[in-house]
Design a protein around this ligand. Structure first.
Ligand SMILES: [Zn+2]
Length: 244
């Protein structure tokens, strides 16, 4: 319709009308592009909102499913360190406390349940990561994935190197299972013969190695992952204006 009109105006050499037609075409195209861009932005914003809501749910699930073990694993290092100091010291020797003995008995436990972030996997696979406007969050999410991989690798490496100390010499360290009704899980009750442990160099060597491995597991795996998990939660909360 417009093309026929322009052709007629050209034939009639009505240049003012041709100029006007040209302006109409340019303005029309411009408005079309603007509407399309506006529409795309509107869809991106809506999808970003949905994504952040789902991501928040995913992060909460990772926290909840690992919370108990995470806290226990991180807290263990203090008792393990003081247990090693206690059995290695020759000055004013004392017996290991129950907590220190328990730390020795469980110093080869590294496993932790780390759920994935399905919302992020889906967004990445669809090639739409750029809908996340908060660049600090998108960088933090990449960092989180790297730290999750590092944690899995650390668990694998340290598990291969660690000594299962409870099987080393049952006369030095005895364990028994006990059911904790409040937590709804089986736990380990440990009892240690501190004086005999001090005399057993094989046990002392294994314990020193375990402290070293546990320290590496926390430093290179669990703590950086835990810190980044809290960081992405903080950033998502800020984006969604959630306060806990
Ligand atoms: Zn939150």
């Amino acid at each position: 319709m417009l093309l026929r009109r322009i052709t007629e105006h050209v034939k009639a050499q009505n240049w003012t009308a041709v100029g006007l037609d040209f302006v109409i075409v340019v303005v029309g195209v411009f408005i079309g592009i603007q509407v399309s861009n506006w529409n795309e932005t509107r869809v991106d914003r809506a999808d970003e909102e949905i994504f952040l809501g789902r991501l928040h749910g995913d992060i909460t699930r990772v926290e909840d499913s690992s919370s108990r073990v995470r806290t226990r694993r991180i807290a263990l290092i203090d008792d393990l360190r003081s247990a090693v100091e206690t059995v290695f010291t020759t000055q004013s020797p004392r017996d290991l406390t129950d907590a220190e003995c328990f730390a020795i008995a469980t110093s080869h436990y590294f496993n932790i349940n780390v759920l994935g972030l399905p919302s992020l996997v889906e967004l990445t696979n669809s090639g739409r990561v750029e809908i996340i406007r908060d660049k600090e969050l998108s960088t933090a999410l990449v960092d989180y994935q790297q730290r999750s991989d590092a944690l899995a690798e650390s668990v694998l490496i340290q598990t291969m190197q660690i000594n299962n100390i409870v099987m080393l010499n049952p006369a030095l360290l005895r364990i028994a299972p006990t059911f904790d009704a409040a937590l709804g899980e089986f736990q380990t009750l440990a009892s240690c013969d501190t004086a005999a442990i001090r005399q057993d160099q094989t046990f002392l060597n294994a314990l020193a190695e375990n402290l070293d491995a546990y320290d590496a597991y926390l430093r290179d795996g669990l703590l950086p992952w835990n810190q980044q998990l809290l960081e992405i939660h903080r950033l998502v909360d800020a984006s969604l204006e959630i306060t806990h």
